[in-house]
Design a protein around this ligand. Sequence first.
Ligand code: ZN
Ligand code: ZN
Length: 282
Amino acid sequence: MIRVHILGSAAGGGLPQWNCACANCVAARTGKIVPQTQSSIAISGDAQNFRGWFLINASPDLPEQIESTPHLQPHRDSPRNTPVSGVLLTNADIDHALGLLLLRQQETPLIIYATDETRAALAWIERELARFCGIEWRNVSANFQTLSDGLAFRAIQLPQSLAFQFRDDTSGGTALCAPSVGELTKELRNAINSSDLVIFDGTFWSDGELAAVRPGARTAHEMNHLPISNGSLDLLRQSPARRKIYTHINNTNPILMPGTPERAQVEQAGIEIARDELEVSL
Ligand SMILES: [Zn+2]
Ligand SMILES: [Zn+2]
């Protein structure tokens, strides 16, 4: 059995973002929509007691996310321990990596699966952590490798990021976690069509969305995020996956606001919109 917790469903900056007065950020501040923390996913394949959790990206909001997720909290049988076994990084973006610094107090080196490029870009974090627990870097592979008891995973290389596909060895259930997608490669398409659960990059609805709030801002494509509209929507609609969920949603994205036509299109396509603390088992 695979269990997944969405720890944070917002893109970098969160919802609301400290310096943003877009419609969604204002709505989140005034209680019209629920605030969301920055993107991270926890996954476990331990059907017995769900020890052995891995994080897909470690956001700056990690302490708060752990405190709102009992599965990730230390057990009371010893004074210092954690069910968090390691971290898988999609890339070196600051909203995916800052949480690593918050894991520094552990006694054994922090296990991190990442590409050599990500590792090189995070040399500054590695230097800081060397004074505390240190890092044990692990390589990723395009073929399935064991992550923990009963759970295997593989990395799908995308332009400037990775997606991860997980497989439960007992049930054969598969989950695709792709919170940072710049391009629909053939391999990613195959994974979308061969997974029971698809958690996908929902950062932007449209390519020019950010420029509408902040003139001169880069497009979604320039920020290495495939927009939903004219991007991932049709493919996800057609995917046979049992559950399809958009996450890593930027605070400017109209799908966050109930009643918008954009949100209706996503819902009509059979795709869910992630929220913090959403839990999925398969
Ligand atoms: Zn991000
Ligand atoms: Zn905003």
